[in-house]
Design a protein around this ligand. Sequence first.
Ligand code: BTN
Length: 324
Amino acid sequence: MESTRGKLIELLAKEEDNFVSGQKLSEQLDISRPAVWKHMKELEKDGYVIEAAPRKGYRIVSYPDKVSMNTVQWGLSTSWLGQRLIHKASVTSTQLIAHQEAQAGAEHGTVIIADEQTKGRGRLNRSWHSYKGEGIWMSIILRPTFEPHRSPQITLLAATVLAEVFKTYVGIKPQIKWPNDLLTNGKKLAGILTELQAEEDRVNYIVLGMGINVNQPSSSFPEDIQRKASSLKIETGESLELTGLIKEILQTFEKRYNEFNEEGFRPIKLRWEAFGYRLGEMVPIQTYQKEWNGRIMGIEDDGALRVLDDKGQEQKLYSAEIQW
Ligand code: BTN
């Protein structure tokens, strides 16, 4: 983000513990010294701790662990994703806000993030626990040019993005349970909810929701889901700074989405299978009214789940729930 604020933080960050004079900042940013001071006050509101010393200048003492439009956008190296970013302290559901924004014409790549959701929702009308500051509750508006039948591939793309970020940035190798769950040690770390507004042959917009359990202790989850839910903190033993993780997700998502547009679904399929949950194993599968056991073989080129039934017949599933 090439804003004055972004450049200001960059200048201060480069100097680490050293002070940077108000004069130097004003020259490099081409703004007056009172304007520099005003920017410092704004940074403090965003949670930066700034030390100002007479005749020495300014330095950053600590960075914010507070999610805001500025803290996420500063240093974000995307070209379209998150260029418009709406951050709210509390909402019913970021999905709902995203639908409203999309219907009002919000551009491709608009991101909505909330500290807390009071009615977070998951797939199959389940509720999604989204307590204040404990996780990432985020919805992305996409305006793809592909046909509506390819939309489920976006869920799989998002799952591989989260898996990649958890592996490289957090140091956890998760498994993806088709179509939308990220698990580790058999417990759920994150879920994805893709909602679509489409006509027969064109997608008006997609709202892609991601819920990521980051800093919850296990006591944060309601008792009935403690057995099945986990957080990155529980798995690594360390709290994670949310803004850094959000940036990483947005940057990786943009890169992979661009690749998807240029090269199609194949690279995602391969990446997905590298993280696939219980590939090659027999698992209980729920489809429509029946539950049966099947062997998960991978995914098709269109994103459908490939399963062998107990007669050895290959089935292509577009809608199913793998029990775990
Ligand atoms: C699931 O696993 O069933 C999907 C969970 C998706 C939760 C996210 S949190 C951000 C966005 N807002 C919502 O209300 N839901 C999604």
